[in-house]
Design a protein around this ligand. Structure first.
Ligand SMILES: [Zn+2]
Length: 274
């Protein structure tokens, strides 16, 4: 499975990505965020919905959102409470008045949506899909015609970090299965490029997670290992950021396996139950 890449987008310039949908990429590039967070400006009846205002660190991004929408913003929709998606909300709210939408219990300590969206609820023409896994409050949004804003649940440029406590591998795998069963035709992720005909890709992502789980189990048969030791054997990442992401992925696999009674933890680390 090949990840998709793309050239650095022109900063501050909205890109028309589908009818009635503009994409504006924030200036927070990193190994975890690719070129930056995608903010989607979605035309709806009373103005634009802003899906994920972006990080708090990019003041110009809020100005770019206002310029691209002419300030006609009917709502601000939050996919999940990670700072690179919700951080710019306060700065945006200082400039416009619009209700916020999101999962009722946000993982962001300082965010409670004005309008709570649970699985199946609507905002304008979009329907919320509760997709916990990357984060417990994660929502995707579909237009009901095969297009889905997938935020950090499924991205074309990389796999998602699933990090406890707000991330859960068991939830993530079931949320991937839900996407496979839905069989949509076009994804607009929270970072990186769009993904067309995504079903095979999601099937492969799910398969990889299950394969990783089997690898972890195999590593722990007859040997007790700590999380860093497991991560080192399986991922061999030298970059400290990626190494800690690898360790958090391992931790979330172990939590899933532990709830299934397939591994236990003692003072020296984790070991498989056979
Ligand atoms: Zn995230």
């Amino acid at each position: 499975m090949a990840f998709l890449t793309e050239p650095e987008p022109e900063r501050g310039k909205p890109q028309a990505i589908a009818p009635g949908i503009l994409r504006l990429v924030a200036r927070n590039p990193s190994k975890m965020t690719f070129h930056g967070t995608n903010t989607y400006l979605i035309e709806s009846e009373g103005g634009f919905l802003v899906l994920d205002p972006g990080p708090a660190t990019d003041e110009q991004h809020v100005a770019d959102i206002l310029a691209a929408t002419g300030g006609k913003i009917s709502g601000v929709v939050i996919s999940h409470g990670h700072h690179d998606h919700v951080g710019a909300l306060k700065a945006l709210q200082a400039r416009i008045e619009a209700p916020t939408y999101g999962y009722p219990v946000s993982i962001a300590p300082d965010f409670t949506p004005d309008v709570a969206l649970r699985h199946g609820d609507r905002v304008a023409h979009l329907q919320a899909l509760h997709t916990p896994g990357h984060a417990s409050d994660h929502l995707c949004f579909t237009d009901g015609e095969g297009l889905v804003f997938t935020a950090d649940h499924v991205m074309a440029w990389n796999s998602s970090v699933v990090s406890p406590p707000s991330g859960s591998m068991a939830d993530y795998v079931s949320s991937l299965q839900m996407m496979i069963d839905r069989d949509d035709r076009f994804y607009l992720p929270g970072h990186g490029p769009a993904l067309a005909e995504p079903r095979d890709y999601v099937i492969e992502m799910r398969r990889r997670r299950m394969a990783r789980e089997e690898e972890i189990l195999a590593t722990l048969r007859g040997e007790t290992l700590s999380v860093p030791e497991i991560a080192e054997r399986l991922y061999a990442k030298t970059d400290p950021h990626l190494q800690s992401a690898a360790e958090r992925n391992v931790m979330s696999h172990l939590q899933k396996l532990w709830t299934e009674g397939r591994v236990v933890e003692d003072d020296d680390g984790w070991v498989a139950v056979d």
